[in-house]
Ligand binder design. Structure first.
Ligand code: ADP
Length: 483
């Protein structure tokens, strides 16, 4: 297990020697201690990334691609170890831990393939004797800041395109889950990523701002790629204004999931189970509000409740667990607050609705998978992301009404709907204010698709043929006097 910072190709402690504990959320046991880094550590990382940029950008794309491909192979060769590490520090069931390794690796493979296709344009000149070109160049040093819910995938999906583009990286993983990121960086170095090209420093929640602020103030850092909450995203946008960094911000969501009365209800329940309960409901594309047309409401709720009641809750160390612990006490408190508020405002608990405190079977951070009916827009869980295994169901009557309700949020990351009516599918897909829309589908994630939001969910796209452009800028070359 790697438990130190990696800067300029060397593993090292933080500059003042302080460490903090990484805990297993299933039982709060200490898994490891890692550096609680300082602004000085952040600057050293930026020094190394800046120094490495000149040589890394000049490495032919084919060679960068080959290194990324070796990284991909090494990650997959460690699938079991990495999957268990993810589950240990983050809490997701082991099958999901393994699945996340595959998902993370898919981005590395994708950007190994894209690295060699950063083509520019030859532009027909409007005047004689000229040749006009648009070439793509790496933006420079990229600061990568990641959340805890996908400890491997978030790092891979930011670092792989950065390296493919010819950028170098300084990274700060989420305080709860630094170990997987450090393991991935170790494999990248083993794959041949030169010293200084990826630098990673860990920090506690208290010191994260100091580390990131050092990068915000540093004009050598030309881009930030961030996944996390909207308030922190806004802070990054504000504070990077002085040095005008390029930004990719993948922020919070409040995804609606709509079931029309012409939907295949079994397919809709399947889709909701996949979309909602992945990672215990702790993903930014998890449905947060489920709207069901009145005519099918009761049947849908009955089918859903049966499936939710059957979910097995337990630590990742048990192979049959389907819902693990929440990431920490703060997360469980938020979920309990949302459910209690909904009940106080008239919602009814159909399944779950409580913390699971039985110490023999569960640790301190478990919450029962929950279905609520009678949800209304006035409830806290309608406006904020719950980030837990809670399904609030709202009844609706008309298409116009539900589209207005779905869009009545500052956020716009993912949205889902189920219908078998073709024209309705086209209309609703068009009307939803969302970066990602699932139409009769609950599992949307793919390295081949552009991932990102609109409105308060941020901007920038990760993955797909568009993902590399976030790490490139266009340079216009005008060659004159050719005639
Ligand atoms: P979450 O609520 O899911 O933890 P955050 O936005 O708080 O989402 O955290 C996402 C990432 O942002 C983490 O790596 C965290 O350490 C970092 N972070 C949190 N607060 C700040 C801050 N004030 N400045 C810079 N980074 C921060």
């Amino acid at each position: 297990m790697h438990t130190r910072n990696f800067v300029a190709g060397r593993w090292a402690g933080g500059s003042d020697g302080r460490v903090y504990a990484v805990r297993n959320p299933a039982d709060d046991s200490v898994v490891a201690e890692v550096p609680d880094s300082t602004a000085d550590d952040a600057r050293s990382a930026a020094d190394a990334a800046h120094a490495a940029f000149r040589t890394w950008r000049a490495v032919p794309a084919r060679q960068r691609a080959a290194i990324l491909r070796r990284w991909y192979d090494l990650v997959l060769a460690q699938r079991e170890t990495l999957g268990r590490l993810i589950s240990t520090e983050q809490g997701k069931p082991i099958a999901e831990g393994r699945g996340e390794v595959d998902y993370a690796a898919s981005y590395i493979a994708w950007f190994a393939e894209e690295a060699v296709r950063a083509n520019g344009d030859v532009i027909p000149a409007p005047v004689p004797g000229r040749r006009m070109l648009a070439v793509k160049e790496p933006v420079g040093v990229v600061a990568v800041i990641t959340p805890w819910n996908f400890p491997a995938a978030m790092i891979a999906r930011k670092i792989a395109p950065a390296l493919a583009a010819g950028c170098t990286v300084v990274a700060k993983p989420a305080e709860d889950t630094p170990l997987t990121s450090l393991a991935l960086v170790a494999l990248a170095a083993e794959a041949g990523v030169p010293p200084g090209v990826i630098n990673i420093v860990t920090a506690s929640r208290q010191r994260a701002p100091a580390v990131v602020d050092a990068w915000l103030a540093d004009e050598r850092v030309r881009k930030i790629s961030f996944t996390g909450s909207t308030p922190v995203g806004r802070h990054l946008a504000r504070e990077s204004a002085a040095t005008l960094k390029k930004l990719s911000l993948e922020l919070g969501g409040n995804a609606p999931f709509i079931v029309f009365d012409d939907a295949d209800l079994d397919a809709a329940v399947d889709g909701l189970m996949v979309a909602k309960f992945r990672n215990g409901g702790q993903t930014c594309v998890c449905p947060n509000r489920v709207y069901v047309q009145r005519g099918v409401h009761d049947v849908f709720v009955e089918k859903l409740a049966r499936r939710v009641a059957a979910l097995k809750v337990g630590p990742a160390s048990r192979d049959d667990s389907q819902i693990g612990p929440m990431i920490n006490a703060r997360a469980v408190e938020k979920i309990a607050r949302h459910v209690d508020d909904a009940v106080a405002r008239g919602a009814r608990v159909v399944v779950g609705g409580k913390r699971l405190r039985d110490a023999a079977a569960h640790g301190p951070n478990f919450y029962a998978p929950t279905v609520l009916v009678g949800a209304t827009p006035a409830m806290a869980l309608s406006c904020e992301e719950t980030f837990g295994p809670v399904v609030p169901v709202y009844a609706f009557d008309t298409e116009d009404e539900v589209v207005a309700l779905a869009n009545d949020t500052p956020y716009g990351l993912a949205a889902y709907f189920y219908t078998q009516h073709m024209a309705r599918a086209a209309r609703v897909a068009d009307a939803l204010e969302s970066g990602i829309v699932g139409i009769n589908e609950g599992a949307l994630a793919s390295e081949a698709a552009p991932f990102g939001g609109v409105k308060a969910s941020g901007y920038g796209r990760e993955g797909s043929v568009h993902g590399l452009d976030d790490y490139l800028h266009l340079k216009y070359l005008c060659e004159g006097r050719l005639a």
